[in-house]
Write a protein of this length. Structure first.
Length: 157
């Protein structure tokens, strides 16, 4: 049996680097939006089984905590956000951005006005390169739910 990959995902499955670029570009989960969507689904007139599946999926995507604010071991995932980010204000804006050695996109893609450079929590090496400029390399430590601003300019050779 041959599986066909939808056109928008064809580049993402080409190799590991392409998959990383695709995943870095995905937005984080918006808990408020998710709760609104599940509330809408609960009031729509759709088949009961489909409604239950949709609500179960929405609930499984939310980090739940008890009313006391403490997690129930084995039942509820931690409330810590899964991703953080870096907002890049770097010139030139068309410079290439690498995260831990993997191409992520252009500086303009991650200026923080639309979305930051999304990373998992931890320390990451960011490298910014453009023809005719010395590379800009820095390490940044990001916590889940945090966006770290970074301002700088590449220096011409």
């Amino acid at each position: 049996m041959t599986t066909t990959v939808p056109a928008p995902l064809a580049d993402a499955v080409r190799d590991e680097s392409a998959l990383r670029r695709f995943l870095f570009g995905l937005p984080g989960v918006d808990q408020v939006g998710l709760e609104r969507r599940s509330a809408v689904l609960a009031t729509r007139s759709i088949k009961k089984d489909a409604k239950l599946q949709a609500i179960d999926m929405a609930v499984s995507m939310i980090d739940l905590t008890t009313l006391e604010g403490s997690d129930t071991p084995g039942k509820v995932r931690s409330g810590a956000p899964l991703y953080g980010g870096v907002a890049l204000e770097i010139s030139p804006y068309d410079a290439d951005v690498y995260v831990d050695g993997n191409y992520a996109g252009k500086v303009a893609d991650f200026d923080g006005t639309v979305q930051p450079l999304t990373v998992i929590p931890g320390t990451h090496r960011i490298e910014v390169q453009a023809p005719g400029y010395a590379p800009l390399i820095f390490d940044v430590t990001v916590e889940g739910g945090q966006v770290v601003p970074y301002r700088g300019d590449l220096r011409p050779f």
